[in-house]
Design a protein. Structure first.
Length: 198
């Protein structure tokens, strides 16, 4: 076996000295508690943090829906057409936005169908009448034997909902008793997007 070269001996010795110096420094200067850090340094560190405060989180829920269709001939107020699903609300003082692409139709050209999103049976104004965010449909084509469908995008913001589980429903109203107001006309797959945020 050959003797190690002087360069190898020196580099091994330097490695041992450097490692022992780090170990001594770590034993003496190792931070093991937040109380060892000056408050001004902590404030600077927290100012650059990218983690989210839980109170600023946004929760999103997607419900896939295909209820096969429903119709109402309700002219006095609204009638429930379908239950779209449930979602969980996480914080008391957040807004819940419900967005939904409704596939709707009417039976006659003269009729108007109003469709409305509700949470727990109440619209975004907290009532059961027209809310201003209702979808309005007039889609009948005289040369077609069946109602023609159209997509109606609805988005409603609900305030003041308590923490817990809530149910989303869609309601309908027609202004002509002989013409239906259809939900999910044609039985298509759709999605309901629920966003809870501050």
């Amino acid at each position: 076996m050959r003797r190690p070269s002087p360069a190898l001996v020196l580099s091994a010795l330097a490695l041992v000295v450097a490692s022992s110096g780090t170990a001594v420094a770590a034993g003496k200067y190792l931070i093991t508690s937040q109380s060892q850090i000056a408050p001004s340094v902590l404030a600077t560190l927290h100012a650059g943090s990218t983690s989210l405060d839980p109170s600023e989180q946004t929760w999103r829920t997607r419900l896939n829906v295909n209820n096969g269709g429903a119709v109402t001939y309700q002219t006095n107020g609204f009638a429930q057409l379908a239950t779209l699903g449930t979602f969980a609300k996480h914080r008391a003082n957040t807004a819940v936005t419900v967005a939904y692409d409704e596939i709707s139709a009417t039976d006659t050209l003269a009729a108007v169908c109003d469709v409305q999103l509700r949470v727990d049976g109440v619209n975004d104004l907290g009532g059961t009448g027209f809310s201003g965010t209702d979808g309005v449909v007039t889609t009948y084509q005289p040369d077609e034997p069946t109602p023609q469908v159209t997509t109606v995008f609805m988005q409603s913001v609900f305030l003041g909902l308590p923490v817990g589980t809530h149910t989303i429903t869609v309601w309908g109203n027609t202004d002509l008793a002989s013409s239906g107001c259809y939900d999910d006309a044609g039985g298509f797959d759709r999605s309901v997007l629920i966003t809870e945020s501050r």
